[in-house]
Design a protein around this ligand. Structure first.
Ligand code: HEM
Length: 232
């Protein structure tokens, strides 16, 4: 069903014009596509050079989901390692190193500093995710970083999770967070269920490092080659 928005503002301009619709779609594609793409490309690269981790993920998927049905979002609560790996990938690559600029609507205090109204604030997510006060060995990819001693994902109010903010925080944080995590979960579980990622036969694939990301407002993966072997 199609509905046309005919409401106008007090000057007679349409509240939702075709320019607005195009801009919104462009925003969704650029904000949603590139960000998810680089996260998954980095993770696939990591898994191609870490067979022991790939096997652990496949075992979790085999135990929770098996091979006779497709993964669903309900499975997420039983796939703690998969979720921890997704969160750790977002932390480790921090591919939006500086978040969207904001400015203070009023005078305020942050950590004892007085910030005047109208000051531009640039959240530095890279530093937030790579300091050893909040994250032990911040430059190491630790797959089970977000698991507790019993192997459960630490709760969202745990200080470790609260220090993780790849989607920003507050009123203007990313509207795609839940969508993104759920799509990445379905992608990774489906991949682990159906295929094994390996190094290519012909070329040497070195372990993923942060140098494998091109600098930018959103950092992008450099191209690499891998091999997918379908599971029986
Ligand atoms: C790995 C995936 C993603 C990451 C790391 C990410 C990160 C971010 C960050 C850091 C912001 C700025 C928040 C702030 O201003 O403090 C943001 C905003 C936004 N994101 Fe995402 N994002 C991701 C995926 C997506 C997806 C899948 C969509 C859409 C389906 C999306 C749509 C948006 C939009 C529309 C905004 C602007 C929100 C606003 O200004 O109110 N993002 N994102």
């Amino acid at each position: 069903m199609m509905a046309k928005v005919t409401e106008t503002d007090k000057d007679g301009r349409p509240l939702l014009s075709s320019v607005n619709v195009k801009a919104a779609l462009l925003n969704l594609v650029s904000a949603g596509y590139n960000t998810t793409r680089v996260t998954l490309l980095s993770l696939v690269h990591i898994l191609a050079t870490r067979p022991e981790l790939r096997k652990l993920l496949q075992t979790e998927v085999d135990n929770v989901i098996g091979s006779n049905r497709k993964p669903t979002l309900r499975d997420i609560e039983n796939c703690s390692l998969i979720e921890s790996v997704l969160l750790e990938t977002l932390r480790y690559i921090s591919h939006i190193p500086l978040s969207v600029f904001h400015f203070t609507a009023d005078d305020c205090q942050i950590n004892g500093y007085t910030i005047q109204k109208g000051t531009t604030i640039i959240p530095n997510l890279w530093t937030a995710h790579h300091n050893d006060k909040d994250f032990e060995h911040p430059y190491t990819f630790i797959p089970d970083r977000f698991l507790d001693k019993s192997g459960n994902l630490v709760t969202a109010t745990d200080p470790l999770r609260e220090s993780l903010m790849p989607f920003g925080v507050g009123k203007r944080s990313c509207i795609g967070e839940v969508f993104d995590i759920s799509r990445m979960f379905l992608f990774l579980t489906t991949l682990m269920q159906t295929a094994t990622i390996e190094k290519p036969d012909s070329e040497n694939l070195v372990e993923f490092g942060l140098d494998d990301l091109n600098p930018g407002l959103v950092m992008h993966s450099k191209p690499y080659k891998i091999k997918f072997v379908m599971r029986q």
